[in-house]
Design a protein around this ligand. Structure first.
Ligand code: NAD
Length: 499
């Protein structure tokens, strides 16, 4: 019997009146394992009403109590990470160890939220005029919705909800339809942690429910992570209806490899960054710009690492890379490789046609390396979101940084070099929000914020960390004067007169 995945509203699973059911596949088997209910507008209205009522009370709960719940939640996520990881593998396909790694990176934001009291401190100035003081507080925005992509079912929502909740908001999570189960586990764990009902809710569905979220007058802010075309819709529609919006988009991260770098070290790290999670990471490394003729040797070394990667069902022993998310994604990725080859790219490692024993219906693409890819090939300039590394060549650093900065995306970028001066110049020249020096996936830890530049982030605030606190709170400046200090109005204060 197919499992039904409901929503989570007011501290319990909620079926409501779904508009339709969305099949949820296991990408390693190609089988439909569950059906996700798509929320109707009435279901969303119910979730918003519940969240608004809960938020009014939650915002008044002391910081000490709020952070105690976050500490408990952190413990529960650790204790239940096997269940969470298995749900990620079953719906996303990434290997088990990678799923555990994802949970760990997500949990860092819970760690940060445990210390939210320090991050919410205001400022105070006294006697700005005679007997007049000013101070600032940051207060919750109200009801925050989070719209998430399929590729990090635990981590990306966890970039959002711990900070939204710890700062006093109620949260409505719209998980990606291919990977919804982890959100239901998280909802159950928040309840166990003692979070009042209605503060964390899950409302599932596809683009229709997102449109309703963007238009809903009861939602004050929307955090979005996903592809750039959708980020643009979310940013425009959400802000038009008066919401605070941050919309993190897609990516096509480039690394420059200088000829002085340790090529073996670079190749190992580039292989992991290009092929890990089947390339389905916004911080994956799909493009290398090889400078000064080092590309051919680099391609050979990356190939040696890439061909050792064991591809299979993410729950099987020793598997290091799983399938891609869907048949459609598999066909799109293979189509981009075919097209690049026809345009003259050299296929150094070919993952097309990969079969995995016992999993004939899975959505497989093996690690692939395309060398000498023309810059007008879609495999170079589009986001592939698959296990494909494209290599392009440049004569000088100046040519290479131009290629990098001509990309409309600016999520992450890295340089491999042994020259500190070149590295320093790169960190200042590159137009990207997250930059690595001999670090191919420079994802900031949670007490820094995460976000790209250009088409990789619409809106001005990065996610989680200090900028996450700014996004989830509003500043209030309070100017006060107490005439009773001079004893003017209070008979009982007469002993303070200074005659
Ligand atoms: P997606 O943009 O297709 O979907 C993201 C969310 O938007 C989902 O919840 C989906 O239901 C909803 N959605 C899809 N189409 C919509 C529409 N027309 N109107 C309203 N809502 C819509 O992204 P995806 O395929 O789930 O995830 C992969 C993408 O996410 C990649 O582009 C990847 O780079 C990006 N991503 C970015 C980051 C980042 O931090 N910048 C992190 C992870 C993933």
């Amino acid at each position: 019997m197919t499992i039904t995945i409901p929503h989570w509203i007011n501290g319990a699973p909620y079926e409501g009146s779904p508009t339709h059911r969305i099949p949820v596949e296991n990408p390693a088997t190609g089988q439909v394992e569950a059906e996700l209910l798509a929320a109707s507008d009435q279901d969303l209205d119910h979730a918003v009403a519940v969240a608004r009522a809960a938020q009014k009370k939650w915002a008044k709960v002391s910081l000490a109590k709020r952070t105690a719940i976050m500490f408990k939640m952190r413990e529960l996520v650790l204790a239940n990470q096997d269940e969470l990881a298995r749900s990620i593998v079953a719906e996303h396909g990434k290997d088990y160890n990678d799923a555990i790694g994802e949970i760990q990176r997500g949990r860092e934001t819970l760690d940060f939220a445990c210390g939210i009291n320090a991050a919410m401190k205001g400022e105070y100035s006294y006697d700005i005029s005679s007997g007049v003081d000013i101070h600032t507080v940051r207060q919750a925005v109200g009801v925050v919705a989070g719209v998430c992509p399929f590729n990090f079912p635990v981590m990306v929502p966890m970039w959002m909800h711990p900070i939204a909740i710890a700062t006093g908001n109620a949260f409505i999570l719209k998980p990606a339809s291919p990977t919804p189960t982890a959100s239901m586990i998280i909802a159950r764990l928040y309840k166990e942690a003692g979070l009042p009902d209605g503060v964390f809710n899950v409302v599932a569905g596809d683009r229709e429910v997102v449109s309703s979220i963007l238009d809903h007058p009861g939602i004050d802010a929307v955090s979005f992570v996903g592809s750039t075309p959708v980020a643009r819709i979310v940013q425009e529609r959400g802000t038009t209806s008066g919401k605070r919006v941050q919309a993190l988009g897609g990516a096509n991260n480039h690394a420059i490899v200088m000829p002085d770098s340790d090529l073996e070290f670079a190749a190992q790290h580039i292989a992991a960054a290009a092929f890990g999670a089947a390339g389905e990471r916004c911080m994956a490394l799909p493009v290398v710009v090889a400078v000064g003729g080092c590309g051919e040797k680099l391609a050979e070394l990356v190939k040696q690492s890439g061909e050792k990667i064991k591809v299979g069902n993410g729950l099987d022993e020793g598997v290091q890379m799983g399938p891609v998310i869907s048949k459609k994604a598999q066909q799109r990725i293979v189509g981009l490789i075919d097209d690049a080859e026809q345009r003259g790219a050299r296929v150094v490692l070919d993952g097309r046609g990969l079969e995995v024993d016992g999993h004939e219906d899975g959505f497989w693409v093996g690690p692939t390396i395309l060398d000498d890819v023309p810059l007008d090939a879609p495999a170079y300039h589009q986001e592939i979101f698959g296990p494909v590394l494209t290599i392009v060549h440049a004569d000088t650093y100046a040519d290479a940084i131009k290629i990098v900065n001509d990309s409309p995306f600016g999520n992450g970028s890295a340089i491999f070099t042994n020259d500190g001066g070149v590295a320093r110049r790169f960190t200042l020249d590159v137009e990207a929000g997250m930059v690595g020096v001999n670090v191919p996936i420079p994802t900031p830890v949670a007490y820094y914020s995460f976000g790209g530049w250009k088409d990789s982030l619409l809106g001005d605030l990065h996610i989680h960390g200090p900028e996450g606190v700014l996004f989830n709170t509003r500043l209030k400046a309070i100017t006060s004067r107490w005439p009773s200090e001079r004893g003017t109005y209070s008979a009982t204060m007469s002993f303070m007169r200074e005659e």
